[in-house]
Each structure stands twice: as structure tokens, then as C-alpha cells.
Design a protein around this ligand. Structure first.
Ligand SMILES: [Zn+2]
Ligand SMILES: [Zn+2]
Length: 250
């Protein structure tokens, strides 16, 4: 059994605001999916190979799962000893997923966001990063442990389906009831009800002529939350596929 796996990995740097274009991430998904089988062929011991490929088969239509398996097998020379046997969901928010990857003897927490899977911590240790806890609405590591429990087997499995085929915001990928990723052109302004990234309310609210730094953006986000952001509803999606860059039809 291995201990101290991935001690060399850097702490998670979590920046939930950007997202690659759909075309690029589509291409990336195809390459990743091709890679996973190759990584398994070359990385997993022969005795486990068929089983590892079977796990991949179960999840191959879910881009989040593919990304997670890809980065797990790509980053770990030790994967030879420990194939991934299951993937489960801890929390999902605004297109990012906190997941558990189980091997025969370990369980690891991963963050999958912005087409990247980042190792967070061993599941036993829980999430300690404040930004990450806050993003997924946990108050503390204790709160995380109370809500999530200590047995990964009790968590819901990651779906075998592409969650992107559900109704999600065409531009930023959030699900109905969730807030858009700030800057998403589909988000409606709670002050004037126009497109939030086109109206002038951000300048009016901040009392500035232009927004030049992250601090102003953070301050605007606070004002926006205090006012009450308008969550995504499936019917907010413009009905044509190239939507997102164009003004929505209201
Ligand atoms: Zn959106
Ligand atoms: Zn406005």
C-alpha cells in the first residue's frame, strides 16, 4: 500500500471565472478520451488492465469523468499499482465538480473545473482550502465532514452520461437554479433586467467610469449578491446554438 501519494503536488489554485470556448473543449475532450485508453494500456498492470478499461467504459460519455481519469492516469506513475475503480460526486456548482476517485485502497478528492482535474486531498482528510470550501458552500472542514460523511461509498456515483446534454447555460455551463459564472452574457442584471455584461449598472453601482482591477470586480460581485443575483433558468438560453455572444431575446 502506498502512503504519501502526490505529496509533491501544489495546493489547488481555484479560479472559477474563466471557461474555454466550447469548440476547444470539445476537441480537448476527444483527445482526452483517446488518451485515457492509451494511458491505461501503458500505465496499468496487465492483471488490472481489463478492469480499468471497464471502469473507463462506464464513464466515457461523461466529460467530467474522462477528464478526471485522464489526469489521474497521466499524473501518476504509481497508477501502475492502483487503478481507478469508481468515481463519485461530493458537490457540484457552476460547472465545477468536487469528486472522489476511488482505488482499491485509497480515496482521493479531486476538483474538476475549467477542463482540468486537480488533486485536492485524500478523502479522509477532507477539504481544507477555504476558497474551495466556500465555493461549494461548506463553512469549514468540520462542516464538510458532517455533510459528506466519512464513507465515499455512500456518495452518489458520477453519472455515466454527459451532464452537458442536460439543460445548462449555453454560455457558462451552470445548471438551472445556479448563478452564472460572473461575466456570462446570459446573466440578467437585477437592477435593470438587461444583459448584465452589457448594461451600465456595474459602473453606476461602483461609481466608476471603468473597471480596471480585480478588487473592483470583487466589490461588484458583493453588491450583486447583496442585491440578489438572477439564477439561470433553462428558458433563459437563447434558442439558437451560437448564442452567448449575441444579445438574448428579451
Ligand atoms: Zn451563464
Ligand atoms: Zn443593468
Amino acid at each position: 500500500m502506498k502512503v504519501g501519494l502526490r505529496v509533491s503536488m501544489q495546493p489547488v489554485e481555484f479560479v472559477p471565472r474563466t471557461r474555454e470556448s466550447e469548440t476547444m473543449s470539445g476537441l480537448r475532450e476527444e483527445l482526452d478520451s483517446l488518451d485515457v485508453t492509451l494511458l491505461i494500456e501503458y500505465g496499468v498492470a496487465e492483471a488490472d488492465r481489463e478492469k480499468a478499461l471497464g471502469v473507463y467504459e462506464r464513464f466515457k460519455n461523461n466529460p467530467v469523468a474522462v477528464r478526471l481519469l485522464h489526469d489521474y492516469y497521466a499524473d501518476l506513475p504509481e497508477a501502475r499499482e492502483e487503478m481507478a475503480v469508481d468515481l463519485r460526486i461530493v458537490a457540484e456548482k457552476q460547472g465545477s465538480t468536487l469528486a472522489v476517485l476511488q482505488t482499491p485502497s485509497h480515496a482521493y478528492l479531486y476538483l474538476v473545473a475549467d477542463d482540468q482535474a486537480l488533486f485536492v486531498e485524500e478523502f479522509d482528510k477532507g477539504v481544507t482550502d477555504q476558497t474551495l470550501l466556500h465555493h461549494f458552500d461548506f463553512n469549514s472542514v468540520e462542516d464538510f465532514r458532517t455533510k459528506i460523511g466519512s464513507d465515499p461509498e455512500e456518495l452518489p456515483p458520477l453519472s455515466g452520461e454527459d451532464s452537458a446534454s442536460q439543460e445548462v447555460c449555453v454560455s457558462c455551463g451552470v445548471k438551472p437554479g445556479e448563478y452564472h459564472i460572473l461575466g456570462c452574457p446570459v446573466e440578467q442584471c437585477p437592477w435593470c433586467e438587461a444583459q448584465l455584461n452589457h448594461c451600465n449598472c456595474r459602473f453606476d453601482q461602483l461609481g466608476v467610469g471603468s473597471i480596471d482591477d480585480e478588487e473592483q470586480l470583487d466589490r461588484f460581485e458583493d453588491l450583486l449578491e447583496a442585491k440578489g443575483r438572477i439564477a439561470f433558468k433553462a428558458e433563459d438560453n437563447p434558442s439558437y446554438p451560437t448564442a452567448g455572444e449575441d444579445p438574448p431575446p428579451f
